[in-house]
Design a protein around this ligand. Sequence first.
Ligand SMILES: Nc1nc2c(c(=O)[nH]1)N=C([C@H](O)[C@H](O)COP(=O)(O)OP(=O)(O)OP(=O)(O)O)CN2
Length: 163
Amino acid sequence: MTETYWVRIAKDNLVFSAGHFITFAGGTCERVHGHNYRVEAEIFGPLDENHYVVDFIAARDALAQIVGELDHRMLLPTAHPQIDVVADGKEVTAKFEERRWVFPQAECVLLPVPNTTTELLARYVGRRLLDLLQERTGVRPQHLRIAIDENYGQWGVCELRGE
Ligand SMILES: Nc1nc2c(c(=O)[nH]1)N=C([C@H](O)[C@H](O)COP(=O)(O)OP(=O)(O)OP(=O)(O)O)CN2
């Protein structure tokens, strides 16, 4: 008999409202729009001396910090092959073909992703959560899953192992 443990953090306050636009089908670029994104996390691993995989409170507070960093921001991809994103300290300019958007830099989060799809936002949140948990607990989980709901039941999920 094998035993596997994990914790699941799914709380009503783990929601962020953010603007974005993605490209799809090669060259179609959406108009700027926003979503109320809901974030859930599952963290897997052995039990520690407290018989925890990870302290709920540490995981919950780290997720709340990440959600707070993204809330009421414009999310822009810095690794998109066709969307050029340049920050000058005051403003961020994004260009796609003939279109150009300018945002106050303090209201943007520049993400190291090739497109701000829900799947890649889940990867970003997962990596950030691993870093914060390592900083706060001294332990970096070896396996976690982040699920983000973009629109009432449209979830993008990213599972990270051994990062
Ligand atoms: N697998 C994925 N598919 C799609 C993603 C994604 O991140 N992963 N994203 C989109 C777009 O963001 C699209 O804007 C979402 O479309 P929709 O759900 O229709 O959202 P709306 O805000 O337009 O909501 P309405 O309910 O239609 O008003 C597409 N696919």
